[in-house]
Design a protein around this ligand. Structure first.
Ligand SMILES: [Zn+2]
Length: 369
């Protein structure tokens, strides 16, 4: 890890109802969600092939777009712009992360390997994880989007921000890419918050896969409680050596500060609610964080090609409400929400909407599907 420069921001309670200094069209309120986004993230072209392999052996007439394609995000954008939640959203521009900022989470050697891959026109880092032309700029924008969003909260402008990002980040470890991820967007935001004075940050990751990169980044820290609920998929090779089992608890000062909740196939809404209520919530309450980072993936949904855990919109809504309650009780209501996976082109967008609905549900009609 590189030396970290202290930031000028403090981890303090936000002032309510402050007006925005960004280009958003309306002033954020406590019921508003501040969404950070940049169209440049659509330029990450993951190609097509047989599922996520990028290969075409020539046997099929119809190939498939890589699951982590821009269409999924286009629909998330459109449902937030046209769905019932749209009046409660303020849109904010983003920026690419600086290389120096990446070194707060990733090693210089790894960042150099990404730069080299981009300079050479692309590289396959591991299974399904392709850095092509346009990918690096998108990755920098994704990291910068998460950093802009956490800064907005830390500066006291808002309680809730959502970083709509791709490529995703939670599998990216300090030293290597993994699972469609190059830079750990949520991890960079967490480190920024720590460097800004936050003392204890809870990360709740509900993507269907183990948030191994984020866990790895803070594995030795007692300042970050990393919690991941995921399919019990185990390790998937050298890019993902972590198992995601309950005995990965952290090391050194961080022992006891990584909580893995592997779930059986078909867990569904009731199973998730039980895990959130009986395992996650008590752990967060005991930790008593001053900031929460909610890492969301809609690949936990019932229709996702990459997951088998069968959440519906109601399940996402229930989880969102539990997280919202925890944030209200411990963090002045402050939550950074960071996008990860979610590969069903249409239902992922609806599940995202359901997750975010709870932030403004007193004033809006829930989206039924
Ligand atoms: Zn995932």
């Amino acid at each position: 890890m590189a030396d970290r420069q202290p930031q000028e921001h403090q981890c303090r309670a936000p002032s309510l109802l402050q007006s925005s200094s960004s280009s958003s069209s309306s002033s954020p309120t406590t019921n508003h969600i501040n969404v950070f986004w940049d169209d440049g993230m659509l330029d990450h072209d993951t190609g097509e092939g047989v599922f996520d392999t990028g290969m075409d052996p020539g046997f099929l007439d119809v190939l498939e777009k890589h699951p982590e394609n821009s269409d999924r995000i286009r629909n998330m954008l459109s449902i937030l712009k046209r769905g019932p939640i749209s009046p409660f959203i303020s849109w904010h521009p983003s920026r690419p992360a600086l290389l120096s900022e990446l070194l707060s989470f990733h090693t210089r050697e790894y960042v150099d390997s990404l730069l080299e891959a981009d300079k050479n026109g692309g590289k396959t880092f591991c299974s399904g994880t392709f850095l092509n032309r346009g990918s690096w700029n998108a990755a920098l924008l994704a990291a910068g989007t998460a950093l802009s969003a956490i800064k907005y909260i830390l500066d006291g402008h808002a309680k809730m921000c959502y970083a709509l990002v791709r490529p995703p980040g939670h599998h990216a470890q300090p030293t290597q890419a993994d699972g469609y991820c190059f830079l750990n967007n949520a991890g960079l935001a967490v480190q920024y918050a720590l460097d800004s004075g936050c003392k204890k940050i809870a990360v709740i990751d509900i993507d269907v896969h183990y948030g191994n990169g984020t866990a790895e980044g803070f594995y030795h820290s007692d300042k970050v409680l990393t919690i991941s609920l995921h399919m019990n998929h185990g390790s998937w090779g050298t890019s993902h050596p972590q198992s995601g089992t309950t005995n990965e608890l952290g090391e050194g000062a961080g022992f006891g500060y990584n909580l893995n909740v592997p779930l059986p196939n078909g867990t569904g809404d009731k199973g998730y609610k039980y895990a959130m209520t009986k395992v996650v919530a008590p752990a967060v309450r005991k930790f008593d964080p001053d900031m929460m980072v909610f890492v969301v993936g809609q690949d936990s949904s019932a229709f996702d090609p990459n997951g088998r855990l069968c959440l519906t919109m109601k399940g996402y809504r229930d989880i969102g409400q539990i997280v919202r309650n925890l944030a209200n009780d411990h963090c002045y209501g402050r939550i950074l929400i960071v996008q990860e996976g979610g590969y069903h082109i249409t239902y992922s967008a609806y599940c995202l909407h359901a997750t975010l609905e709870v932030t403004a549900q007193s004033k809006m009609e829930l989206l039924q599907w």
